[in-house]
Design a binder for this molecule. Structure first.
Ligand SMILES: CC[C@@H](C(=O)O)C(=O)SCCNC(=O)CCNC(=O)[C@H](O)C(C)(C)COP(=O)(O)OP(=O)(O)OC[C@H]1O[C@@H](n2cnc3c(N)ncnc32)[C@H](O)[C@@H]1OP(=O)(O)O
Length: 256
């Protein structure tokens, strides 16, 4: 079975690097990838040695969102809800990991790729890449709970505006609105990168404590409820003709 998600630990088993590994498909999140990611995140929840999780993508992309072949438009609302829910559950597990999480956004991200990044505690972006919550262009909303998480990451007015415009923004713009904490220029992730070192230099105890504070500062019960509502709303838009047409147009544009 191909490994659509890779897990690498540093020599002390303290930093886990989780890599989405479907570069030919711009690391689009298929159902198979969700299953593998889910297992890895479960493993990290149980792990008592790892102090930091970094999620990244195999070059050239970070993540092109949900795999539109698997999450195709031609399904009923209940089936759409069932499929969207699977990834929402993974995003929830990432959000509630007891140690800090970083999205190292090595390349472009669209749609659900941005939702995945929003589930992490910190985001670092590549100066050469661009990023967008483009679901609006596909006649849907965010569908994994990542739109809800966006409201927690940046100013709500800015989150609302970004979701409606569904525009693609530069690394610089992401830093300006506070979505990204830093910008890097190299494509390769190095654990001694100055943006990563502040984390690797801290102890397990420190990082776990700060994450605990971060989680307690949020109303998790309400957050989960809002994420559930997002999945429900998106599943209804999913079956609309406008969405089916938008997905068909994407594949038509990409026909070789
Ligand atoms: C389902 C959940 C929902 C959510 O809740 O948020 C979503 O995520 S909806 C999906 C949102 N994502 C998109 O709309 C992105 C669609 N992709 C693109 O716009 C472009 O592919 C790109 C990401 C900007 C990359 O462009 P480029 O570098 O020019 O590559 P190609 O377009 O040639 O793509 C290469 C290859 O990858 C396949 N691909 C890309 N994205 C997806 C995707 N989301 N689902 C399935 N497949 C995808 C693309 O079809 C190409 O495949 P081949 O033709 O076989 O080479």
């Amino acid at each position: 079975m191909s490994n659509d998600v890779l897990l690498n630990l540093d020599q002390n088993n303290q930093t886990a690097v989780v890599t989405l590994n479907r570069p030919d498909k711009r690391n689009a999140i298929s159902l198979k990838l969700i299953e593998q990611l889910d297992q890895i995140i479960d493993q990290l929840h149980r792990d008592e040695q790892t102090k930091l999780v970094i999620i990244t993508g195999s070059s050239p992309a970070f993540c092109a969102g949900g795999d539109l072949n698997d999450f195709h438009g031609d399904i009923g609302q209940e089936e759409a809800h069932h499929l969207l829910k699977k990834m929402q559950q993974v995003l929830w597990k990432i959000t509630t990991l007891p140690i800090p999480t970083i999205a190292w956004m090595n390349g472009l991200a669209r749609g659900g790729g941005m939702e995945l990044a929003s589930a992490c505690d910190f985001r670092f972006v590549n100066e050469m890449s661009n990023y967008g919550f483009t679901q609006g262009q596909l006649a849907i909303s965010t569908g994994w709970g990542g739109g809800t998480l966006l409201y927690e990451r940046i100013h709500p007015q800015e989150a609302y505006y970004w979701l409606v415009t569904a525009d693609v923004r530069s690394a610089e713009q992401l830093k300006e609105i506070g979505f990204a904490q830093g910008i890097f220029s190299s494509e390769q992730l190095e654990l001694n990168h100055p943006l990563i070192e502040p984390y690797t230099n801290r102890s397990y105890e420190q990082l776990k404590h700060w994450k605990d504070q971060w989680l307690k500062a949020q109303d998790l019960q309400r957050l989960k409820k809002r994420m559930d509502e997002e999945v429900e709303a998106c599943s209804h838009m999913w079956v609309g003709q406008e969405h089916k047409d938008a997905v068909a147009n994407f594949f038509k544009r990409n026909e070789k």
